[in-house]
Design a protein around this ligand. Structure first.
Ligand SMILES: Nc1ncnc2c1ncn2[C@@H]1O[C@H](COP(=O)(O)OP(=O)(O)OP(=O)(O)O)[C@@H](O)[C@H]1O
Length: 264
């Protein structure tokens, strides 16, 4: 049963410093954030501010050096073992020698789902991302946007409630991106997932999110958390509304404040 008050990700004074041969690199400092079930959270900030590192920490791909982070109330390690999240990377990261359906099957194979269950899940997730009928194609036979949708299908296939998406549409042209943004919102509505989404685009962040996390340049800190006042139902034209522009303005201000922090 989903409970909208449940905390899916809870970060408390989270810090992460990489120890490199050139000395320590602090990617995150003192990040406090609460993400609730059903939230669509965007992370926006300049290059290198720690957005990917934060997502990777949720996914247990990086270990914090200070503070704590809980995923579904568990440590990231426990959550990962329970298949708590699906991860969509910047590039579609599909295996070229596997068909689309075999790519989607991969995590299901690893998790030991029986063949009949795999087939049903592949069909269902292909349908969710509007790729029914493309399962037998190879990634190179699909457009960039379709490949990204296939990688979203792969992340959805095992019913993780949490979807981590690292700039999934960054490399696509604006028309395709608009279309995928609309589709992603519909998918979020239909599936009631919690989504963490990294982007460099202010309009994309405002259009998609219920919550926008603005981050400052290195060391990455959260400078503003904006709760969206836009309705859940969002036609693309909403981007011209006064409310939308107001939120975009606040994001821009937050980004600017982060920059001046670095100069002082
Ligand atoms: N494994 C690593 N070892 C050393 N430093 C790292 C490592 N991973 C990331 N960093 C550094 O940590 C900082 C944050 O990187 P991160 O990739 O999280 O930023 P980002 O905000 O996602 O950037 P972008 O928007 O360019 O993708 C950067 O300065 C990066 O060079």
């Amino acid at each position: 049963m989903s409970n909208t008050n449940e905390s899916v990700v809870s970060a408390c004074n989270l810090g992460l410093t990489f120890h490199t041969s050139d000395g320590p690199v602090t990617a995150l400092t003192d990040v406090n954030l609460d993400i609730r079930r059903g939230d669509f959270v965007s992370f926006i900030g300049p290059s290198g501010c720690g957005k990917t590192t934060f997502l990777r920490t949720i996914a247990d791909l990086e270990k914090p050096t200070s503070g704590t982070i809980l995923v579904n109330g568990m440590t990231p390690d426990q959550a990962r073992r329970k298949g708590a999240y699906g991860y969509v990377f910047q590039a579609a990261a599909l295996y070229p020698w596997r068909t689309i359906e075999k790519n989607i099957a991969l995590p299901l194979e690893i998790m030991g789902y029986p063949a009949s269950e795999q087939k049903a899940r592949i069909e269902r997730t292909l349908d969710l991302v509007n790729l029914s009928g493309f399962g037998k194609k190879y990634p190179w036979q699909l457009s960039g946007g379709m490949q990204q949708r296939a990688s979203i299908a792969r992340a959805l296939a095992f019913d993780a409630d949490l979807l981590l998406m690292d700039e999934p549409f960054g490399a696509l042209d604006e028309i395709v991106r608009d279309h995928l943004n609309e589709q992603l919102l519909k998918l979020w509505e239909r599936t009631n997932k919690t989504i963490c989404f990294v982007t460099h685009s202010i309009p994309e962040a405002v259009y998609l999110s219920t919550k926008i996390v603005v981050m400052s340049p290195r060391p990455g800190r959260v400078t503003d958390v904006i709760e969206s006042t836009l309705p859940r139902e969002r036609p693309l034209e909403i981007r011209e509304s006064a409310e939308f522009l107001k939120i975009a303005h606040r994001v821009r201000e937050g980004l600017r404040a982060g920059h001046s922090y670095e100069e002082h």
